[in-house]
Design a protein around this ligand. Structure first.
Ligand code: XUL
Ligand code: CO
Length: 437
């Protein structure tokens, strides 16, 4: 039985194609810098948006047309949905997917019942992974939807809630390992506060640190070798999330002695909500060897919330891929489309249009970034810009040899500093535009 009978496997037709159900840039076997596009980009579909999204918003209920849904939240429906998901992903040609425990299976009345429901659906996921060769990029636990998480999960004022959340993570670590997942994501759902009058901030952060340590310990115990990823987000649903941006998360991870066990899963719309560009967040994480994976989406710059739109901006994709190529790839990470079709795009075929466009945007961004790297324009400029640090006084400062006294002796003898040179920002922006074609 087919759920998308009108769609054949999406193929690459080249930049001149006018077929909206074809790739114009994503050619999975095309080699860029010695590696296939498929291996560079490691695209993943998000189960929650693509197979559980209904198009509901604060002003109205869901309106998405999904003919396969029977209106129940049963295990049978969940298993049928697995077939829908894998047919979609196979036709799209993505190598990976990602899910939360509660995306794939209904929550039961007790923890035991929830585990049982999940096991039943995981068996179906394993079978489909086997059949299609599609892999799990990462698993995660939904520690934010159930009303028990109203005050947070590991940062809840209620210790029982911490315990329940820990059980969900334990189970999802086992499931992710069982399905061969190559990463595990922690997004701090409601780990933050709405109001400081009722919040013991230090105690909550200590609990978050404790929670992540328990996960690291269990990961080692069961021999799960996937990479742990933390996903920063500054606000929404809480006023202030503890994992607000890359720099704040790094301070947190270092404070709680977790920096060696985590990398980042950076999401574009979270970066913009934090008042940064994704370019900044990616560069910051990469500079410290911490850029592990990406939730590839975008926000609407005129709206102040997490709109989770599909990426289509070539500046964004080229900048991100430039950072990724410069660090030698994403390792076990990938580009997960944590993105949802607009409420107005309610037909199943819109799911294809959205993913095709996003994959093409990143494939084009990859090609642009590779061209820029081939010519070495920015690299050479930056190297030249910092040349004063390569020898003489600059090298003495960097190596730790210089003291305030030695710097004074140096400058008293010299009299004044060397003249500065221009940063050439506009010229460099013009050069970047040269590659956008
Ligand atoms: C929420 C968000 C999550 C995480 C996984 O804004 O991005 O979907 O990616 O929990
Ligand atoms: Co995300």
């Amino acid at each position: 039985m087919s759920f998308f009978p009108e769609v054949k496997k999406i193929s690459y037709e080249g930049p001149d194609s006018r077929n909206p159900l074809a790739f114009r840039h994503y050619n999975e076997n095309e080699i860029v810098e010695g590696k296939s596009m498929k291996d560079h980009l490691r695209f993943a579909v998000s189960y929650w948006h693509t197979f559980r999204g209904t198009g509901n918003d604060p002003f109205g209920p869901g309106c998405a047309v999904r003919p396969w849904e029977d209106g129940t939240d049963s295990v049978e429906m969940a298993i049928k949905r697995v077939s829908v998901a894998f047919e979609f992903m196979e036709k799209l040609g993505v190598p990976f997917y990602c899910f939360h425990d509660r995306d794939v299976a209904p929550e039961g009345k007790t923890l035991a019942e929830s585990h049982k429901n999940l096991d039943a659906v995981v068996a179906a996921l394993a079978k489909e992974q086997q059949r299609t060769g599609i892999h799990l990029l990462w698993g995660t636990a939904n520690l934010f939807s159930n009303p028990r998480y109203v005050h947070g999960a590991s940062t809840s004022c209620n210790a029982d809630v911490f315990a329940y959340a820990a059980c969900q993570v334990k189970k999802m670590l086992e499931v992710t390992k069982q399905l061969g997942g190559v990463n595990y994501v922690f997004w701090g759902g409601r780990e933050g506060y709405m109001n400081l009058y009722n919040t013991n901030l230090r105690r909550e952060l200590d609990h978050l640190g404790r929670f992540l340590h328990l996960a690291v310990d269990y990961k080692k115990k069961i021999g799960f070798t996937g990479q742990f990823l933390i996903e920063p987000k500054p606000k929404e649903p809480t006023t202030h999330q503890y994992d607000s941006d890359t720099a704040a998360c790094m301070a947190f991870l270092r404070t709680y002695n977790l920096a060696n066990d985590f990398k980042f899963n950076l999401e574009t719309n979270h970066a913009t909500l934090a008042g940064h560009t994704m370019f900044h967040e990616a560069m910051y994480a990469s500079a410290y060897g911490m850029l592990g994976s990406i939730d590839a989406n975008r926000g609407d710059l005129l709206l102040g919330w997490d709109t989770d739109q599909f990426p289509s901006d070539l500046y964004l994709t080229a900048q991100v891929m430039w950072v990724v190529l410069n660090q030698g790839g994403l390792g076990s990470g990938g580009l997960n489309f944590d993105a949802k079709v607009r409420r107005e795009s309610f037909e199943p075929i819109d799911l294809f249009h959205a993913h095709i466009g996003a994959m093409d945007s990143f494939a084009q961004g990859l090609k642009i970034a590779a061209e820029i790297r081939k010519d070495g324009v920015f690299k050479d400029f930056i190297q030249q810009r910092y040349a004063s640090w390569d020898s003489g006084i600059g090298a003495e400062i960097e190596s730790g040899k210089a003291t305030l006294e030695s710097l004074e002796t140096y400058m008293l003898a010299k009299g004044n500093s060397n003249a500065n040179t221009s940063g050439r920002q506009e010229m460099l922006e013009n050069i970047f535009n040269r590659y956008l074609r």
